[in-house]
Design a protein around this ligand. Sequence first.
Ligand code: ATP
Ligand code: AMO
Length: 448
Amino acid sequence: MVRTQVGALTQELKEKEVLIRGRAHTIRPVGKNMAFLVVRKKGFTVQCLAATQSMGVSRQMVKFVAGLNRESIVDVIGVVSVPGNPIKGTTQQVEIQVRKLYCVNKAMPTLPINIEDAARSDVEIENALQAGEQLPRVNQDTRLNFRVIDIRTPANQGIFRIQSQVGNIFRQFLLSEDFVEIHTPKLIAGSSEGGSAVFKLDYKGQPACLAQSPQLHKQMSICGDFDRVFEIGAVYRAEDSYTHRHLCEFTGLDVEMEIEKHYSEVMDIVDRLFVTMFDSLNERCEMELEAVARQYPFEPLKYKPNTLRLTFEEGVQMLKDAGVEVDPLGDLNTEAERKLGQLVLEKYGTEFYILHRYPLAVRPFYTMPCYDDSLYSNSFDVFIRGEEIISGAQRIHVPAFLAERARYGAPPHGGFGVGLERVVMLFCGLGNIRKTSLFPRDPQRIAP
Ligand code: ATP
Ligand code: AMO
């Protein structure tokens, strides 16, 4: 007998006895002598047949299979067969003739979410409606309230496997470029980004807060002679409104590095890192991307081997030419960012680009002004499909600019911060960041 995985069941195993473990995905009794059970594991499914005519299976055993509760964990021992006709609705094109079956852990008879309902796309629901049938739709709050079940759907399995790869590729790329991974404190004495979006707390009698970013500590690491550092860690923002792209806790992918001559060196890293990231995701996550697209259809991201860089002024000009009024020395609002995304796609054929030389007034206090025009700054944002995924900049290192912080001697340096959940949301064209956070924290949700 071979112990194997559902996803590894191929026709080469024909007539072999196997043992698989998975969840009872669906159960369909046919009379008293036969029951079909679909077993699911890691998004793969296989049909198992318990029938009294074969394998010495008793009627009692068929009854036991027919009475299993969905989502229970089962061990199935049986022989692999290849049916004459292709099996509909399962990923594996073989069947298992059940010899023995053990229920390892029994799920409740009725669960708050039915996986088949939760896995349905809007198109399926629409088509059913047109055919006069009503299919249940699982709303987002129910999904998030019962997330442990919701994340079992193929699309969610895909999303979080893709997310894992984003972190993995980020780390691999930066390590290969001589960056050192650091871990900075999340309990800090004051706000790291300025502004009011901080969670305050009492730290043994002293006022403290949860880190809004590793900004100051990653800069201190550069001052401590680590030339290039990165961190993957939790970031806390006390956001006070409910949007599709803001969370109160997200995963920050942060980078800080010495600059030799120009802040474009930081944008070079962004460029190579993300082109490598997108290439690798398309290569490594083909199945996962397909699983996501089946439930949430999206077009693959359009990007170029060399990332487009536009100055803020060029962006403003493009918007003006399209009749959009924007303040040339203010920030772009969400609508203007979206519009610019469309214009860039039309003109340059890419949905991934860098906008740099932002007006100084709209950037954080630690940002370096441009040498040639102090109204602008050596800073940039990076966009996917018209939405921000990265902010970055050269930092002030000259004592005359920022006496307190730089007085121990700081090399010229810069860096950037990426929101992991936003990368996955926008790469997969998903409209809500809650879909790409395993257990999202937003202004109204702190559980489960
Ligand atoms: P970052 O904070 O890193 O800059 P962001 O995407 O949150 O990233 P902001 O600079 O905060 O971007 O905001 C950009 C625009 O998004 C704002 O001008 C505003 O129009 C809109 N916006 C930001 N936060 C909110 C919010 N909480 N609710 C509604 N709109 C918001
Ligand atoms: P910023 O505040 O722009 O920059 O954050 C960097 C990136 O983090 C993501 N992000 C968020 N994701 C989910 N929910 C939120 N509330 C949220 N806020 C931000 C975005 C954003 O681009 N210290 C600088 C970075 C740097 O200059 O190195 C910073 O934190 O994807």
